[in-house]
Design a protein around this ligand. Structure first.
Ligand code: ZN
Length: 163
């Protein structure tokens, strides 16, 4: 598995998201799973910050306690946030490997509802095969379905511990 850094790209986002830039994603081991506590310690953030990311759209394994966050997901999430927002045209997703908006391979995507209003659109990058994510509201989903073949998945179980 290639573990190449992307220091050149990191620098592009310098001024844009100081909040994320303060933390250090290079310490994340991609094949490791972290509890909220461990993730916070690893990147030098507070647990509250990591919980906010989880409430946003940082993926986690939520069917057991404590939640586990995959290093890969955490690193990707931070990479996305640290980078200037690129306006992805409807029906495309941002590929964190290519650093570009991409039309999903085969025009196929999966939609995983997160809450009553929105979910995560997942699709494969046609160029590098990497799994792309895009936070998508249900109303955006309707528009996207005219462009992509979207399979709607079951809502992920979510523990409600008041965090
Ligand atoms: Zn790609």
């Amino acid at each position: 598995m290639a573990r190449r850094g992307h220091s050149r790209a990191d620098r592009n986002g310098d001024d844009l998201n100081m909040a994320v830039r303060r933390f250090d994603p290079r310490r994340i081991k991609r094949h490791h799973s972290y509890t909220v506590d461990e993730a916070a310690r690893t990147i030098g953030a507070t647990r509250g910050t990591v919980r906010r990311w989880l409430d946003n759209d940082l993926p986690a394994i939520r069917d057991r306690r404590p939640f586990l966050i995959l290093g890969e997901d955490l690193a990707n999430y931070m990479a996305r946030r640290a980078r200037p927002k690129i306006a992805c045209p409807p029906g495309t997703c941002y590929c964190v490997k290519c650093h570009q908006a991409r039309q999903p391979a085969g025009n196929i995507a999966e939609f995983v509802p997160i809450n009553a209003h929105s979910g995560n659109l997942r699709a494969l990058c046609p160029d590098c095969g990497y799994l792309m994510h895009r936070r998508t509201s249900f109303s955006q989903l309707e528009a996207i379905r005219g462009i992509l073949d979207v399979a709607v998945m079951e809502r992920q179980p979510r523990l409600n511990d008041g965090g």
